[in-house]
Design a protein around this ligand. Structure first.
Ligand code: CA
Length: 234
């Protein structure tokens, strides 16, 4: 996997060095952020995957994870030290894709990294998303949505919003994250704008907000897509 850029956020230099040497050997390009402040600054660049230590001197890994999720959908692998931290990571649904407990085997970390990169490559390369046994089909390049075989006409904004949700089933998106997906319109009143778009999408799909097949409201947080991806997409 050449040309893949990986950001390693880790304050312990010895661990950062080991991870770096394993990844460089695999042909990855590696950047190290020794604290949260530099991590947030470096996240202005695009990375293909982020390795994030949960315990940093200046900032909580959770906070960085949340911020990172607002700007990138790159896989995030958390490094945690204690089993109580594992509980936090699994329990909070921080938007991390995976976590590895310290001390860890660098070989296993590399294997997981490769698996995540393969998965995100497959997602990026796949033009057609299909859910609930082809009940819902989304064609990304033609920007078309089909429900039970019938075309569901959507505006460009509605389509982008819906595709953004459907690309990450079961991930809760805040309204701000959804604004970032769509981009390009006024921030003023963005929550109501997102709500209005979601309402339109639901109406067009025939998706009942009280018993949704696709878009579920997560009260106090935002929305998530709950369709079940069909196997062997592509
Ligand atoms: Ca640490």
């Amino acid at each position: 996997m050449p040309d893949k850029k990986i950001l390693v956020v880790e304050d312990e230099a010895s661990i950062a060095d080991i991870v770096r040497s394993y990844l460089v050997r695999e042909g990855f390009s590696v950047s190290i952020a020794p604290d949260g402040t530099s991590a947030l600054r470096m996240l202005k660049e695009r990375f293909d995957l982020i390795i994030l230590d949960l315990m940093l001197p200046d900032m909580d890994g959770e906070e960085i994870c949340r911020t990172a999720r607002e700007v990138t959908d790159a896989p995030i692998i958390m490094l945690t030290a204690k089993s109580t931290e594992d509980d936090r990571v699994t329990g909070l649904g921080l938007g991390a894709d995976d976590y590895v407990v310290k001390p860890f085997s660098p070989r296993e970390l590399v294997a997981r990294i490769k698996a995540h990169l393969r998965r995100s490559d497959a997602r990026a390369g796949s033009d057609r998303l299909s859910f609930n046994s082809s009940d819902l089909v989304i064609n990304a390049s033609s920007m078309e949505v089909f429900r039970q075989g019938a075309l569901v006409p959507m505006t460009t904004t509605e389509f982008r919003l819906f595709l953004g949700l459907a690309e990450k089933p079961n991930m809760v998106f805040s309204r701000l994250q959804l604004v970032n997906i769509v981009q390009g319109y006024d921030f003023e009143g963005f929550e109501r704008v997102v709500d209005a778009h979601i309402k339109n999408i639901r109406q067009k799909l025939g998706d009942n907000p009280r018993q949704p097949a696709y878009i579920q409201t997560v009260y106090g947080s935002g929305y998530k897509f709950i369709g079940t991806p069909d196997e062997a997409q592509g």
